[in-house]
Ligand binder design. Sequence first.
Ligand SMILES: *[C@@H]1O[C@H](CO)[C@@H](O)[C@H](O)[C@H]1NC(C)=O
Ligand SMILES: *[C@@H]1O[C@H](CO)[C@@H](O)[C@H](O)[C@H]1NC(C)=O
Ligand SMILES: *[C@@H]1O[C@H](CO)[C@@H](O)[C@H](O)[C@H]1NC(C)=O
Ligand SMILES: *[C@@H]1O[C@H](CO)[C@@H](O)[C@H](O)[C@H]1NC(C)=O
Length: 490
Amino acid sequence: MRKFIIFCYLLLPLLSGVSAQTDTSVSPMLATEREALYSLIQAFAGNSFNGSELYPDPCGWTPIQGFSCDLFDGLWYVTVVSIGPIHENSLECTPDARLSQYIFEFKHLKSLSFFNCFHHPITIPSQNWEKLAGSIETLEFRLNPGITGEIPSSLGSLTKLMSLVLIENSLTGELPSSLGNLGGLKQLVLAENRFSGQIPASLGGLRELLILDFSRNSLSGPLPSTFGGLVSLLKLDLSSNLLDGKLPMELGQMRNLTLLDLRNNRFSGGLPPSLQGMVSLEEMLLGNNPIGGNLVGYGWGQLKNLIILDLSNMSLTGKFPESMAQMKRLRFMTLENNQLSGNLSPKLAALPFLNALYLNSNNLTGELEFSEDFYSKMGRRFSVWNNPNLCFPVGSSHVPFGVKQCDEKNSLSSTVLKVEVGRGNSNQGTIMAFDKVSEQYYELQKRPLFWGKGMGFVFLSRLEIWVLICVLVGEEKLHRTVLVVAVIEH
Ligand SMILES: *[C@@H]1O[C@H](CO)[C@@H](O)[C@H](O)[C@H]1NC(C)=O
Ligand SMILES: *[C@@H]1O[C@H](CO)[C@@H](O)[C@H](O)[C@H]1NC(C)=O
Ligand SMILES: *[C@@H]1O[C@H](CO)[C@@H](O)[C@H](O)[C@H]1NC(C)=O
Ligand SMILES: *[C@@H]1O[C@H](CO)[C@@H](O)[C@H](O)[C@H]1NC(C)=O
């Protein structure tokens, strides 16, 4: 729009035969503002950059890629600085790019952002931020491996800030509690740095915050109970840190939260029942935490909006709760690698959108009661292997991977097993059981056969012990049917 207006302004005098006066075509700007702009660019683009030659009218006729200006009281001021290889003609950062103090000279700077620019070590200036306090709303350093040191506590003076994004840099140290002063903040993203220490309780005061992402750092200690004050929050991602302790029950006050990602931490002490208050939750990701406790007695049905549930590897015990089959929007659920027991409710198959269900490596028992349709819809996205006491009904034509057929006597304890190598198929072994009563072998299951050094191996699970049957087959006998017996003992 601005370009268009200037264009007409220049064109009209030309058409009417009056020579254009270059001076009047230049957007009025304070000399100090223009010099600050040139110096800022020189600091990251190198000293050979000659601003007055290349961009004599930086807020007008010759705008600079990555910079925007606005008019205040008849003068043009830089309002947006966005540096990095975003567009083809963006200014390039030199390998030893520096962050100039001139950023503090822009009276009306609203947004400052550096993307993939600093590779040579620099720190974020610790002083002068108060000069930007009246204007700056967005501050972003993204993918700058050269940015080291701590977050200066003085950033807490930027009271108009709405977005603070310091992602994928090399920042260290503790998070300053002064960040809790940024009352208007909507987005606080500090992911993928090397921050350590505890999360300041003061951050719980950011009542307008919508997105909080501290993932992939080394933050430790508990999650402050003040976090219950983050009532507007939509996304909370603290995954891949060293956080521990109990999850505060106040988390349940985040009624608008859609994403809760606490995976890969050290949280313990069970799931607080208040979590069922997070009624907007679409993704609950808590896997890889020694949280412990059980899932019974939670109002799973209240999490009506849940689409993705990851409770894998959490040392969960107790029964698999049938109420989990009430989460009607569920698409993906993993509870793998726990010690959950009890039967699997066949009602899970009625969840209309469910397309992945991982329950392997638990202690589930009984007969699987799903339909053939369910197995064929889910394919490999249904996994229940390594549940030693789970079985599929005799006569099923679809066999879930790693599950044995229900034995009528429900025990293989005293049967003799043999493994038969199929003719012409050296990849599959058939596990046969010997029935002492009828004195006959019958087929239990086909299993993949693993070959090594002329020997075939089949894995069997039994009371959480993987019993190895070693099939002694010489290479020359590969295509013959070989019977080997092994006794499995409790
Ligand atoms: C930049 O260019 C201007 C105009 O061409 C020239 O007068 C000035 O000396 C140059 N400055 C530098 C530092 O090269
Ligand atoms: C939660 O979301 C609703 C609907 O978007 C909104 O009206 C309400 O203000 C939000 N609550 C808070 C505390 O932000
Ligand atoms: C299970 O979680 C623990 C942390 O509680 C982690 O150390 C371990 O690597 C996880 N195991 C798997 C298989 O992911
Ligand atoms: C698995 O469940 C059985 C009962 O079904 C129980 O005896 C056994 O102790 C459980 N194992 C583990 C590791 O929890």
